[in-house]
Design a protein around this ligand. Structure first.
Ligand code: BGC
Length: 695
């Protein structure tokens, strides 16, 4: 194909235009459908219809009249399932919706590590661990691409904060980056084979990610042998030949988001004057065309069809049912008794559930684009929080039709107390709205007066359940006084239904935290976010060009807590269910580079459940413990199973940046068979024979 294209045609492929609606209601380009980006390909190749789809197919600025879609629960909820099958199913759902609406490139697959629990986009990502993130995001990507739609792994790399995201430099040594953020991307690439990778806005070690030769060429294309193309984030291209030579293959929506149209207006001159060799332009075009063929865009062009809403809602609901995390359940307060009188309070639970803001936001099905709750009247990007029309209250009434279930909005604490006093159980819904472009301004607190509301209700009724719809971990000053806590994250389009079924035990919660819940900001590697607190979201993103020095290196999240012997509120990996498990018999077998942990899991409770046994390791030279593998096991009451979990050797290794290889040292490794990163009940020391892994 490449041989048939002229230089001009090849150059036409490296610059996409705004698909309409990205920056306000800009017009849809001829041939476009209305989305983030559009490329009119040379004859014989399909046009690229590029749409956001972090969690569902987005309709920017509501530009398509029929642009509604089903949204999955947040990335943190998907990661909380620890199930690559569930992630793949979710990806396949959004890929299918896209394909039936004519889109063939999805900006989906966020693999940034949630280095800071206040990160504004944490809800889009898969948590703080490179192995879990890589596997989950890779599976989502492979689900999307199973529908002949390219998925774009993003934001490569170190775009772990929103504050000053357009300017800041994330500084970290290369070895530590390879063992943390880049390892997540590496595993996502090898698991999901994404057709495209999106480079990030920020600088990494001073050089903008979209013109960073170390990231784009040395690591991605040379070490990982990545055959696909690199596209810039919207507004992320900042040069022509520097970016092209560093490895950027396509400038995204350059007409509306970049200060100059680098790859359209300047690159042709750079090629003509020899600053960029023609072979590089060939490579750019070849990579784009290769992905079109590899993912099936050419052989399986889309067929327009209505969405299968019932099916897609079920996928979203099942994801939430597996991803909600039961954090506390004193005296088995949950599941709820179907005859109990319940006071549902707060969180707009009478009408719907919250979603996160920004480019993952979809237009809800069955409601106006702004959702079912009006206000509070935020004018600038990304607008007011959108609540989907899936009411937990309505579905709770369906689950328990003969129960007396009341609703109080929670705005007046005195009235909420009265409602709680008249009920057997109070269920308080609380929310924390987070969004792209700004880190959580309230520093791990719930919005508004919700902490006071929960404390007052818990005081009035000892049987208080808290359901949290949050984008991030939060502090829970009222935790000792409540009976049960369910972290529902942003629960997706069918979230109300899922929550009701979890509360009544129609399904048992089985999620496990993909992030540490800190007990205080002082415990964090970076207690303050530098530059936080600007007046507008726009200013916030360009706040300053400071450097964030990640001198904690790869000791992210629970690894940092472990190294510092800090006690979190809830550890990474933690989650309860309605039964109990007993795991033992940990053994390790090594056959050259293959290291496998074996053990037995047993359901010791009285109902079926899903267990997530986790294997952590501490390297002979110390540092925080690391997740090296896990399994998700469904067990009937009394049932036991023998399990083997292969350990990823890169987790047992240090990266040698000079030699460009992983070194697993010979020595004694501490290995935990655990229910979370904070579980010390079963650990053993095993001798491992060292080896190297080169690319
Ligand atoms: C976001 C990307 C998104 C793109 C297109 C950017 O601001 O960072 O995640 O895909 O916009 O909407």
């Amino acid at each position: 194909m490449l041989d048939h294209l002229t230089l001009q045609q090849k150059l036409s492929m490296v610059f996409t235009v705004d698909g309409g609606g990205t920056v306000g209601a800009t017009p849809i380009p001829p041939g476009g459908l209305g989305s983030a980006g559009y490329l009119k390909s040379p004859t014989g190749l399909p046009a690229l219809q590029i749409a956001d789809a972090g969690l569902g197919l987005r309709n920017p600025s509501h530009i398509r009249p029929d642009g509604q879609a089903v949204e999955l629960p947040s990335g943190l909820a998907i990661a909380s399932t620890w199930s690559t099958d569930t992630a793949r199913q979710g990806g396949s759902m959004i890929g299918g919706e896209a394909w039936h609406q004519g889109f063939n490139v999805l900006l989906a697959g966020g693999a940034n590590l949630t280095r800071d629990p206040r990160g504004g986009r944490n809800f889009e990502y898969a948590g703080e661990d490179p192995l879990l993130t890589g596997k989950i995001v890779g599976a989502t990507i492979s689900g999307i691409q199973s529908q002949n739609v390219i998925s774009t792994l993003k934001h490569y790399a170190m775009n772990d904060l929103e504050t000053s995201r357009m300017t800041l430099s994330a500084d970290i040594d290369n070895a530590a980056m390879r063992e943390s953020d880049l390892l997540a991307f590496e595993i996502a690439v090898e698991t999901g084979h994404p057709g495209a990778v999106m480079c990030a806005y920020n600088r990494v070690n001073d050089i903008y990610a979209c013109e960073n030769p170390y990231l784009l060429t040395t690591v991605l294309k040379d070490d990982w042998k990545y055959p696909g193309f690199v596209m810039s984030d919207w507004g992320g291209t900042r040069s022509s030949f520097r970016a092209a030579l560093a490895g950027l293959d396509q400038e995204s929506a350059g007409d509306s988001t970049d200060t100059r149209q680098y790859f359209r207006d300047i690159l042709p001159r750079d090629v003509q004057q020899g600053r960029v060799p023609i072979s590089r332009v060939d490579d750019m075009a070849r990579r784009i065309i290769r992905s079109m063929y590899a993912v099936g865009l050419v052989d399986h062009p889309h067929e327009i069809a209505p969405l299968d809403v019932a099916h897609d809602m079920l996928v979203s609901q099942q994801t939430e049912e597996k991803g909600a995390v039961l954090l506390k359940n004193q005296s088995n307060l949950l599941p709820l008794d179907r005859k109990a009188r319940i006071a549902v309070i707060g969180g707009h639970a009478d009408v719907g559930i919250l979603s996160g803001g920004g480019s993952t936001q979809v237009d809800p099905i069955g409601a106006p684009p702004e959702g079912v709750v009006k206000g509070p009247g935020k004018k600038e990007w990304p607008g007011d929080p959108v609540y989907f029309p899936s009411s937990p209250l309505a579905f709770m009434r369906e689950e328990a039709p003969s129960a007396h279930i009341t609703f109080d909005s929670g705005t007046n604490i005195t009235q909420a107390i009265e409602a709680a006093q008249k009920a057997d159980v109070a269920v308080v819904f609380v929310t924390q709205y987070t969004f792209e472009g700004s880190d959580a301004p309230n520093s791990m607190r719930l919005d508004g007066n919700q902490d006071a509301l929960v404390a007052a209700v818990a005081h009035a009724n000892p049987h208080t359940v808290v359901v949290m719809e949050t984008g991030d971990p939060i502090l829970m000053p009222w935790l000792p006084d409540v009976g049960a806590v369910l972290e529902a994250w942003y629960p997706g389009s069918a979230g109300g239904h899922a929550i009701a079924r979890l509360l009544y035990g129609t399904v048992a919660p089985s999620g496990h935290l993909p992030m540490t819940f800190p007990a205080a900001a002082a415990q964090l590697a970076h207690p303050d976010i530098a530059g936080d607190g600007a007046d507008t979201v726009f200013q916030m993103q360009f706040r300053s060009d400071q450097e964030v020095i990640y001198d904690e290196g790869s000791e992210v999240g629970y690894r940092w807590f472990d190294r510092n012997h800090a006690q979190p509120l809830f550890p990474f990996g933690y989650g309860l269910t309605y039964t109990t498990f007993q795991n033992d018999g940990l053994h390790l077998v090594q056959c050259r580079h293959n290291i496998i942990a074996t053990f037995t899991v047993r359901n010791t409770g009285s109902r079926a459940g899903i267990d997530v046994p986790q294997i952590y390791v501490r390297l002979p030279d110390g540092g925080g413990r690391r997740l090296a593998g896990w399994n998700t096991v469904t067990l009937a009451p009394g049932e036991s199973k023998g399990i083997s979990v292969p350990l990823d050797p890169r987790i047992l290794a240090r990266f040698d940046a000079k030699q460009g290889r992983w070194n697993v040292a010979s020595g004694h490794y501490t290995i935990w068979l655990a229910s979370s990163s904070g579980d010390n009940s079963d650990s053993k020391s095993f001798k491992i024979d060292g080896f190297h892994i080169s690319h």
